[in-house]
Design a protein. Structure first.
Length: 276
C-alpha cells in the first residue's frame, strides 16, 4: 500500500500555467482523504513555492531547494535544513570568478539575485517564460557574489545561470570534484548546487522515517535530473511523459504529460485499485 506521495512541481504536478489542474487537485485531496501523506518536492526555495500548494486541503510538507530543507506547510516551520559548508561556498566562488554569469542564492528560504539580472533575466540566458517568475520571487541585491560571500554560512542553495550547453558542461566538470557538493539541474539553463546532504531522496528518506513509512510505501513523481534520486529511492518512481528518456528508463512507470494530468491519472488508478 502507498502511504506517502512525493511530487515534483514544475513540469510534473503543475500544468503549463504553473497551477494544479482541478483534476490533479481533486486526485491529491482524494489521496489525502485515504490517509496518504502528500508532499511537494521542489527545487524552488520555500519563499518561491506557488500559492496553490496551500489550496490543496491536507497537503502537509514541502521539500525545497532540491532537498536542502523540509518545512511544514501549515505554519511554515522548517523541520530540517542542510546548508552548504562555508569552505565549499568559497571554493565555488573562486572557481566561478572567471565567468561573467548570473548567480542566485537561497537564505532562509528566500532567493536572492543581482538587481541587473532580475531587471533583464533574458540578457543572462533565462528563457522568456521564466521572466515573470524570476521577477516575482527573487529579492535584488547590488552584488550577488558579495552577497554569497557574506552569507556563506547560511546558504541553502546556489544556482548558476548558464544557457550554453558547452559552458554548462565545462562548469559541471569544474564543480563535480568538490567534496561535499550536491550538483543537479532541473531546467537546461541552470546548474543547481547544495550540500551533499541535500537531494530530494535524502530529504524524502528523512521525512519517511519521521512518519514511520517504508520505501516500498512511497510513490514519487518527477520530470528532471533533480528528481532522479527520488525516483530511484521510492518504492514506485514515476516519470511524466515530458521527462527525458534517461529518466523514463529509470522509472517504474511513465505517466501522461504534466499538462495532461499525468499525476492525477496515476493517483486515480491506484485509488481505484485499492493500492492507497
Amino acid at each position: 500500500m502507498i502511504r506517502l506521495v512525493a511530487m515534483d512541481l514544475d513540469g510534473t504536478a503543475l500544468n503549463r500555467q504553473g497551477e494544479f489542474s482541478p483534476r490533479t487537485r481533486r486526485a491529491l485531496e482524494q489521496a489525502v482523504g485515504r490517509g496518504v501523506h502528500v508532499v511537494a518536492a521542489s527545487g524552488r526555495p520555500f519563499g518561491s513555492l506557488p500559492a496553490c500548494l496551500w489550496e490543496v486541503e491536507g497537503l502537509e510538507y514541502a521539500i525545497w531547494s532540491n532537498g536542502a530543507a523540509v518545512s511544514r506547510l501549515a505554519d511554515g516551520a522548517c523541520l530540517r535544513r542542510n546548508c552548504l559548508d562555508p569552505e565549499l561556498v568559497r571554493e565555488i566562488l573562486a572557481r566561478m570568478e572567471p565567468y561573467p554569469l548570473a548567480m542566485e542564492g537561497a537564505v532562509d528560504g528566500v532567493a536572492y539575485a543581482s538587481r541587473e539580472y532580475i531587471e533583464d533575466p533574458e540578457a543572462f540566458g533565462s528563457p522568456a517564460d521564466a521572466v515573470a517568475y524570476i521577477r516575482r520571487t527573487r529579492k535584488p541585491v547590488p552584488d550577488i557574489r558579495a552577497f554569497l560571500w557574506e552569507n556563506q554560512e547560511r546558504l541553502e542553495a546556489v544556482d548558476i545561470v548558464t544557457p550554453d550547453p558547452a559552458r554548462k558542461q565545462e562548469l559541471q566538470e569544474q564543480l563535480e570534484p568538490l567534496e561535499g557538493l550536491y550538483l543537479t539541474s532541473s531546467v537546461p539553463h541552470l546548474l543547481e548546487l547544495a550540500s551533499r546532504k541535500a537531494g530530494k531522496a535524502s530529504a524524502l528518506a528523512w521525512l519517511a522515517e519521521r512518519l514511520s513509512i517504508g520505501r516500498q510505501e512511497i510513490l514519487a513523481f518527477g520530470n528532471a535530473d533533480n528528481d532522479r534520486d527520488m525516483i530511484r529511492f521510492a518504492g514506485v518512481g514515476v516519470a511524466v511523459a515530458n521527462s527525458p528518456d534517461s529518466l523514463k528508463q529509470e522509472a517504474d512507470l511513465v505517466a501522461g504529460d504534466h499538462d495532461r494530468d499525468g499525476v492525477a491519472e496515476i493517483l486515480e488508478q491506484w485509488i481505484r485499485d485499492g493500492k492507497m
